[in-house]
Structures are given as structure tokens and as C-alpha cells.
Design a protein around this ligand. Sequence first.
Ligand SMILES: [Zn+2]
Length: 301
Amino acid sequence: MQYFTEMDYSSMMKELLELTRKNEALKLSYIGNTILSRPIPLITIGEGINEKGVLYVATHHATENICTSVILNFIDEYARAYNKNEKICGINARVLFNMRKIYIIPMLNPDGVEYRIHGIENDNPLYERMMKASQGDFSKWNSNARGVDLNHNYDAYFAEYKTIENELQITHGPTKYSGEAPESEPEVSALTSFIRYNIENIGAVLTLHSQGEEFYYKSRGECPKKSEFLAKMIARMTTYKPSSTDGTASYGGLTDWFIKEYDKPSFTLECGKGENPLPVSQIPRIYLNLRELLFTFPILL
Ligand SMILES: [Zn+2]
């Protein structure tokens, strides 16, 4: 393990460029740009062209960027094992590489992470609006640059959520606002376009959030057949407990959308325990807890 610190956008990009320069097993590309024109990176590992590839997505929410450091440790460990032709969690890294493709989005919401860590710059065109929306405090900011919660912006039960949102008077701000329309946000639209285009290679999704040491895998109480088996395996491999979403959490998320759209498994993992943003001291515990799952998940499909 080598990433023990908090990642903002530039420190993550520096590490990703370094990792891809040193390791031929890693491919760096971009799925699109954020509202503030930051390219959203994608790391691809593996060459398997089949429906058993997987997609890992970290940091929809800006207070949860500990997940970016966790996933970087996975990318690094995989690349090292590949270079040395070694086994990890019982699987030879090169065999895994040839069999399965793993797509990784280490930080879906860079603009939000930048706001939360560094605040908003006064030449930002959204400055006035977002200062008002945050009341000048970005320490609990989860949304993107214009105050939309990305994990409520997917096209899943969006209209129903609008009713709840209106009742609760949720609007542009740090959390829970779903946006003008499904996929109105460039970050979500970049990811859904990427998924649509590559769906033949994506058999399941794992999305990393924090916190709670639990995971969600049903949408409206329903899930694809395969999900029950995978949920048992996740519960066995990690200390995380299966749970079900309730209240505002059960609308417009990536897991809801992926299940509804493709009837394929998707899991939302709530990493670590405590109050977001979790301290970086939790990175090793979270990574060691999820390590086996991250390496073996594609093989379980
Ligand atoms: Zn989250």
C-alpha cells in the first residue's frame, strides 16, 4: 500500500500519470469533462473482451474522497503484481488481466472535491450562487460545482424524487439536490454514455461511497438474480453488511439506474466508519477490508 493521504484533483492526476507511465498494464483515458472543465480520468486494466468486465466508480460525493485513495492502492497493487507475474488473493495478476477488463473511475466528482478541500475561487462564474448555497462553508460539500448531488442525477425514479425534493425544499446546495433533469450534469452524462457504449464489456458495477461498513444492492427491493449470490460473497469477504436504502437515498443513484436499465448487478459500498470526511488513518483498514473483493469480483461473475 502506498497511498495514505487525501487526494484532491491535482494530487490524484499526478499519481495516475506516474502510475501509467511506470506500468504498461494500466491505460489512462478520460470519459469527459466536469462543469469546470476538469477531465474525468478512467483507468482500464485488462484485456478480456466479454460480459464479465466490471466497473468501479469512486467519489460521487466530495466528502467521500477517501475512496479515491483506496482505489489508487488497488490500481497500484494490481500493476505491481502484473509486473512481477505474481498472485494476489490466489489469482495470478496476468491471468486476471487476460481474462477480465476492469474499468476504474477514481474520482467522478473532482469539482466537488476541490470545493470541499480548497473552497471556491472568486473568479469562478458560479461563485455568488455557490457561496449562497453553501453559506460560505464547503466543509460538508458533496455535490458538483453547481450544487447537484451526482448520485441523485441518474434516470431512476427521478420524477418521484422531485416530489419529495419539493416537499423537503431541497435545492442547489451541498447535498441531495437531483438537478434539472436526469443526466443534466456532465459528470453523470459522461459516465452513463461510457456505460452505454461499453455495456457489452460490463457485467457489474461496484461504486464506492463512505461510510457505514454496509452495502446496498437492491433497487426498490428488487435485484438481478446474480446479485444475491454476489451479496453473499461480499458479506463473506468483507466485514460489510447487506442493507437496503430508505428515504431519500433510494432515488436516482447509479445502482438504481444500472439495475433498472440493464438488469445486471450493481453494489453501493459504504466504506469505513465514522463521520464524513473520514480521517486518512482509515485508508489502510478500508483497503485491506475490500482488497480481496476488488481482485476477485470480476471472477465471481
Ligand atoms: Zn456517497
